[in-house]
Design a protein around this ligand. Sequence first.
Ligand code: 0O2
Length: 270
Amino acid sequence: MEIKLWREILNPYELAVREIKVKLEHLITEHRELGEYSPIETVNGRVKSISSILDKAQKKKIQLDQIEEEIEDIAGLRIICQFVEDIEKVVALIRSRTDMEIKSEKDYIKNMKNSGYRSYHLIVYYTVETMKGSKRLQVEIQIRTLAMNFWATIEHSLQYKYKKNIPDHIRKRLSKAADAIIILDNEMSSIRNEIMDAQNSFQIQANIVADILNNIQNLYKVANKREVLKIQDEFYRIYELNDLEQLERFHKQLDIIAEGYHAQDIPSKK
Ligand code: 0O2
């Protein structure tokens, strides 16, 4: 197969990975803008390298003209969550989408692999639009916690180092580390509310600050500039107090002032 042909095959997969990454990351933004906890922490994506595709085709005795049907992870995305419970929420989010259709699911969290690997895998169908028309592709989505990802990344590097023949004594240690990851994930889940409270108040503060600065900027265009500078100084003073309640009070008062000037409706300059 010529290089040019590989490019033609892989380009739509590149597009799929880029599009899905943007869409999933947008979900994080939507949650955060609403002041809600996002079950998705980060999203990564990649298109399988030509050499990995060839390796897999060889290993599984797949004809080269069958690779797109037979190799399901040419396009791959990895969704990282903070807590184990987030994984099912992410699966539900994906299940409810109309731009992806789930082909199959593997739950390596309930059914941990012998290696100690844990993750939730989905194969979805996703359609991209290209110059040549639309193309329906298979995409693998792996969903796992930060801790599961740590383990899988280390184990993957060791598999690479030892060419998939990890020595027994290292296997045993990896297996123990996998048990420790289960304990760590459970421990984090048990203090989840505490962690989420801390993260929520951080996000609430960030949203309030953004809103206040937006109001100040809009007021600056329509109100007395010296008054607005006073408001800005007052904001910095309150901000330094590090007191969320005071900041919320200031935010409400400023909202009322901005409403009086219709300053909230002023579109920002491009
Ligand atoms: P890469 O380099 O990550 O792309 P197979 O695809 O034949 O290996 P199967 O049954 O088709 O296996 O799919 P499965 O088991 O769902 O595994 C698909 C992917 O999950 C793998 O892709 C790995 O990314 C990951 N994975 C599965 N088992 C393990 C494991 O024991 N350790 C680690 N670190 N990752 C695992 P690839 O193509 O093997 O590799």
